[in-house]
Design a protein around this ligand. Sequence first.
Ligand code: 5GP
Ligand code: MG
Ligand code: MG
Length: 180
Amino acid sequence: MLDSIKEVLITQEALQERVAELGKQISADYKGEEVVLVCVLKGAVMFFADLARSIEGDVTLDFISCSSYGNSTQSSGVVRIMKDLDKPVEGKHVIVVEDIVDTGNTLHYLLENLKSRNAKSVRLVALLNKPDRRTVEVHVDYQGFVVPDYFVVGYGLDYAEQYRNLPYIGILKEEVYQSK
Ligand code: 5GP
Ligand code: MG
Ligand code: MG
């Protein structure tokens, strides 16, 4: 295990198992429908790639990127779209794939934004849900795991762009970000 990781919260095996379950559930719920899977860059990228491969059916992929965090561990509360979807989602079933719902700011903004484009439906799948820190209500349609109020990294989630490549979800040692 890496020196800067205090504890492994979710192992690689547990991630794989849960992602496969979510894929099955989504495949069943959208049977016979076309779905646009939207990856919220960059945090969701590992989850997105695994989830997409576990969904059976008619799926297209698109990518969006918003800013809210910068390099710190605190949300700025202001959300901006840095890279928009390539294709319009009007009349489509959209599933937004996100790494973690924390304060809810990003998803609240993003879901409203996508709904305003007249999608047929918009749902959210979040790998992690950290309900303790919620300031804006967000309906999570599918969730991987509920996590306690720790700053977690790995499997796509970063601290200052690092640790995204860890194959597990780990709790970052406080001294790593307190010393900065
Ligand atoms: P929210 O807008 O819900 O506060 O969170 C927005 C984004 O902040 C998440 O999509 C994620 O990229 C980042 N974030 C929130 N909590 C954590 C965390 O515990 N670890 C990491 N690495 N990122 C987080
Ligand atoms: Mg994110
Ligand atoms: Mg980040």
